[in-house]
Design a protein around this ligand. Structure first.
Ligand SMILES: [Mn+2]
Length: 322
């Protein structure tokens, strides 16, 4: 029997899978990739009798591959917080899926395991910009504020590392990073030992400085949109920058559009202080998906820009006219 680990290459996916590994579920085969690479289950060649651990990818986006695996006698355990659609009821599928805006996959794994590795879950929640749930778990597990700041930075850096068109664009291949995390029960030891943190910190701050200088397409009280150029730094930093804007303006929705030859890659963040809707907005477009608080469109055709901006403003306008 082969044990497969299939997980998103961002902070949440890595930390969810790492907690499962620390809990004794050893991975024989690992499938991960850039953050946008969400159809990962299609690459899983599990055989009858194998088990697949899935973390932080949408069930709905992997439905065809899931049904094929279930039909062939593979068992799966799935942790996720993205839009799932109808969850198949099948004895071989154990699904821990909660799309509420207050959880991420790593928090679901933490709950499932009974909380043995909360510091990794705290880092992941910060990586997904779930600041209040991250601080809440940190408080309940008696982490000091100095430790919490280090975990928050690690989450942001792991998340930052995952943005790119292909694994070749990334500082570190998430599959290799997952291997380097393996010995660490405590993320503070990983932070202290691994050069990943220092390298990424320098790069992320440089990219953020460029992003902060970008002009807004639109900036109102309820929502703001801005465009970043077709450049590697923009592709690396747009998600982390969207999270920064969301925290700085918690009552406002944000959309960041990164130009590409084919159109735009779009990141949307719902206002932290109001309810979600980012996934519903993005799923109106062919390559859109995500969750209530944070979602994206992989490729918005250039001729759909105005349609998107109108839908974005409509989605987040206050009911009361200002
Ligand atoms: Mn996540």
């Amino acid at each position: 029997m082969t044990s497969w680990f299939v997980f998103n290459g961002d902070a949440d996916g890595l930390c969810a899978a790492h907690q499962l590994r620390l809990a004794g579920h050893a991975p024989d085969k690992v499938i991960t990739g850039v953050k946008r690479d969400i159809g990962l289950l299609g690459r899983c060649a599990a055989q009858p009798g194998d088990h697949v651990w899935v973390a932080d990818i949408s069930l709905d986006a992997n439905r065809a591959a899931l049904e094929q695996l279930l039909d062939s006698g593979v068992t799966l355990t799935w942790f996720d917080h993205h839009y799932a659609g109808v969850i198949p009821s099948h004895a071989a599928l154990s699904a821990h899926i909660d799309t509420s805006a207050l959880v991420c996959s790593s928090l679901l794994v933490d709950q499932h395991l009974g909380g043995p590795y909360p510091a990794w879950a705290v880092s992941a929640a910060f990586g997904d910009n779930l600041v209040a749930p991250a601080r809440d778990l940190a408080m309940r597990t008696d982490l000091t504020s100095a430790v919490v700041e280090q975990l928050a930075e690690l989450g942001a850096l792991l998340n930052y590392n995952a943005y790119g068109e292909s694994v070749a664009d990334l500082h570190v291949d998430p599959a290799l990073l997952f291997g380097r995390m393996a010995p660490y029960v405590n993320p503070l030891d990983f932070i202290a030992d691994d050069p990943f943190v220092v390298d990424l910190r320098v790069s992320m701050q440089r990219d953020l400085a460029l992003a902060r200088a970008a002009p807004f397409l639109h900036a109102g009280a309820d929502c703001a949109a801005l465009e970043l150029p077709d450049a590697p730094w923009a592709r690396r930093v747009h998600g982390v920058f969207a999270n920064e804007l969301a925290r700085a303006h918690p009552g406002r929705a944000h959309a960041i559009l990164v130009e590409s030859s084919a159109g735009y890659a779009v990141s949307v963040r719902s206002p932290i202080l109001r309810s979600g809707g980012a996934d519903a907005l993005c799923r109106q477009f062919a390559t859109g998906g995500g969750r209530a608080g944070a979602a994206g469109i992989n490729c918005l055709p250039r001729h759909d820009l105005n349609t998107f901006l109108r839908a974005f403003e409509r989605a987040y306008q206050h009911e009361v006219a200002s």
